[in-house]
Ligand binder design. Structure first.
Ligand SMILES: [Zn+2]
Length: 259
C-alpha cells in the first residue's frame, strides 16, 4: 500500500492533473459517473445523449445540466489545493472531464493563469442552435417555458457547450491536452476510473512518453493502467480527492519553501 511519502512531485517539473467526477463528489456534492450513486448507474445519463441536442428536446439536456450545477458547492479543497500549487509557479496543467467549471474558478480566485483543458466542455457556456447564428453566451439569460436559455442575438434556443454522449471531443481542446500530457513528468489522476475513452487514452499517452503516475481514487487503478505503468513509477493513494490532494500538495509546497 502506497502512502503520500511515496509521492515525489518536483515543483519545477511539468505536472498534469487529470481529473474526473470524483474530485467534485464529496466536497462539492456532485455525483460521480461510476460510483455507487454514479450517473451511469441510474437512468439520468440518458438526457446527455447527442440526440437531445435539437430545439424541441434540448431542454432535457439543460434540465439535467442545471440539476448538476445546482447540486454543486464547489470549488472543493482539491481544486483549491491544485490552484495554490499552480500559484507557487509550478508548471501545472489541468485536463478535466468535468463540466462544472470549478478548476477555472479556483484558478481565477487564486490569480493563476495556467491552462485548464475541459475535455467535455463547460456548462457555463451556451451555444445558439441556429447554425447561421451560433452565438456563444452565458446561460444566465431569458429562458423558454421549458427551461432552455434563449440566444440574446436571435432568440432561438441554445444548447450547453458540453460534449454529449456520442459526440466528438473538440479537436483544439484535445490537442492542447495531448501536448500537455506528452510533456508531463508526473500525471496526477484524481477521481476518475480512467475507463471513459477517448479521454482516458490521454493518460496512457503520458505513460508512453515516460510520465510518473499518482493515482488518487477510493478504487484501485485498472489493471490495464498498472500494466502500462511497468517501468514508470505508479503511486496509488486510495482515498477521497478532497483529503488526499491537499495533503500531497501542501507537503510539496512546504518542501519548496523549506529549500
Ligand atoms: Zn442565435
Amino acid at each position: 500500500m502506497d502512502t503520500i511519502d511515496n509521492v515525489n512531485i518536483s515543483a519545477s517539473e511539468p505536472v498534469v492533473f487529470f481529473t474526473g467526477a470524483g474530485i467534485s463528489a464529496d466536497d462539492c456534492g456532485l455525483p460521480t459517473y461510476r460510483g455507487t450513486n454514479g450517473i451511469y448507474s441510474t437512468n439520468v445519463a440518458t438526457p446527455l445523449h447527442r440526440d437531445n441536442a435539437q430545439p424541441e428536446r434540448v431542454h432535457t439536456v439543460w434540465n439535467h445540466v442545471d440539476s448538476i450545477l445546482r447540486a454543486g458547492r464547489g470549488p472543493g479543497s482539491a481544486h483549491i489545493a491544485i490552484a495554490q500549487f499552480a500559484a507557487s509557479a509550478a508548471p501545472v496543467t489541468v485536463v478535466t472531464q468535468n463540466i462544472d467549471g470549478y478548476h477555472e474558478r479556483a484558478f481565477r480566485d487564486c490569480g493563476v493563469d495556467a491552462p485548464v483543458w475541459a475535455l467535455h466542455g463547460s456548462a457555463h457556456t451556451a451555444a445558439c442552435l441556429r447554425p447561421e447564428c451560433g452565438t456563444l453566451f452565458t446561460p444566465a439569460t431569458r429562458r423558454n417555458s421549458e427551461g432552455a436559455p434563449l440566444c440574446p442575438s436571435c432568440q432561438a434556443v441554445s444548447r450547453p457547450r458540453v460534449v454529449l454522449f456520442d459526440e466528438r471531443l473538440n479537436p483544439e481542446v484535445l490537442a492542447g491536452a495531448q501536448q500537455a500530457m506528452q510533456r508531463a513528468w508526473t500525471v496526477v489522476v484524481v477521481g476518475t476510473s480512467c475507463e471513459v475513452f477517448p479521454a482516458a487514452h490521454l493518460v496512457y499517452q503520458a505513460v508512453d512518453a515516460g510520465a510518473k503516475v499518482v493515482w488518487v481514487n477510493p478504487l484501485p487503478a485498472p489493471a490495464s493502467l498498472v500494466d502500462a505503468c511497468r517501468g514508470n513509477q505508479l503511486v496509488q493513494l486510495h482515498g477521497s480527492a478532497d483529503t488526499v490532494v491537499p495533503e500531497i500538495l501542501h507537503r510539496h509546497l512546504n518542501d519548496a519553501v523549506d529549500r
